[in-house]
Ligand binder design. Structure first.
Ligand SMILES: [Zn+2]
Ligand SMILES: [Zn+2]
Length: 282
């Protein structure tokens, strides 16, 4: 395995989230050095069950900001990472609003859940660190949670970037130059912009500046879904000449010499040996 991204959700925004029109479970990064779960919002646990994923394989949980479509499943994911809270392992990374609270936002993780992993870390724009062995740079966002950040992960085969919720500006986009794959939160279609988020027209400007090998639309708001996420991605592809796809729940992106996209077929198992969690009784 080179470097794998599994989209546990491709929805975002209040309406998509509350109706689960798309899952909002964030995504898993799997590298030779470890597995990271970024932004485990609603649906993360359900989709990990449907792919028979053992949560004890997660080495780090990252929460970009304090909005429920990005964090609500995080406490249970942290319990999974720590064998039900019995084994002190794994790391949790979050911005100040997530870990300590900022103004009226957060904290969104309890002292108990911050106490069970091996380590916890507050992240901010400009930080350079390793998350589960993956070299990572933290970037700036312009969002209603002022602590929100984006990410550049070094896959060993180029940069995989996650542009978390943000308004568009050239300065925000330029942080992602040199990215091979760009995960873009497109919350509204066409130029129907809402504050602090990207619409398709913003995504086009973003892609034109960054020129990635592949851009994937995620965080699809309900109006994008109504207008057709594939049609919005096609608009961006035609406008920019870059490969643009609309993310699908359980889509798998393998980043090696080539970039391969496939889909995991969701299937709820009747029984999974991981569920026994024998270590809980030691
Ligand atoms: Zn969001
Ligand atoms: Zn947000």
């Amino acid at each position: 395995m080179a470097f794998r991204v599994i989209l546990l959700g491709t929805g975002g925004g209040r309406h998509t989230t509350m109706f689960q029109a798309r899952s909002t479970g964030g995504y898993l990064l799997m590298s030779d050095t470890g597995t990271v779960h970024v932004d485990p919002g609603p649906g993360a646990l359900t989709n990990m069950c449907q792919m028979s994923y053992d949560l004890r394989k997660t080495d780090a949980v990252v929460v970009s900001h304090c909005h429920p479509d990005h964090y609500s499943d995080a406490p249970c994911v942290i319990e999974g990472m720590t064998y039900g809270g019995w084994v002190k392992r794994g790391a949790v990374y979050g911005t100040k609003s997530v870990m300590e609270g900022e103004g009226r936002l957060g904290p969104c993780l309890s002292p108990y859940h911050l106490g069970i992993p091996e380590s916890t870390h507050i992240i901010k724009a400009g930080d350079k660190l390793e998350i589960a062995g993956i070299p990572t740079e933290i970037t700036r966002a312009d969002h209603s949670d002022p602590c929100n950040v984006g990410f550049r992960f070094d896959t060993g085969n180029g940069i995989f970037s996650y542009v978390s919720d943000t308004a568009y500006s050239d300065g925000i986009a330029d942080q992602y130059k040199g990215s091979r794959v760009l995960l873009l939160p497109v919350t509204t279609p066409f130029d129907w912009r809402i504050k602090f988020h990207l619409c398709t027209a913003d995504a086009i400007k973003f892609i034109e500046r960054v020129k990635p090998e592949l851009a994937v639309f995620i965080h699809l708001g309900i109006v994008v879904l109504k207008q057709g996420a594939e049609a919005q991605a096609k608009l961006a592809e035609e406008a920019t000449g870059c490969r643009v796809v609309a993310g699908r729940d359980m889509m798998q992106i393998d980043i090696g010499k080539d970039i391969a996209i496939s889909d995991i077929e969701p299937r709820k198992p009747e029984w999974n040996d991981a569920w026994e969690l024998k270590e809980s009784y030691q």
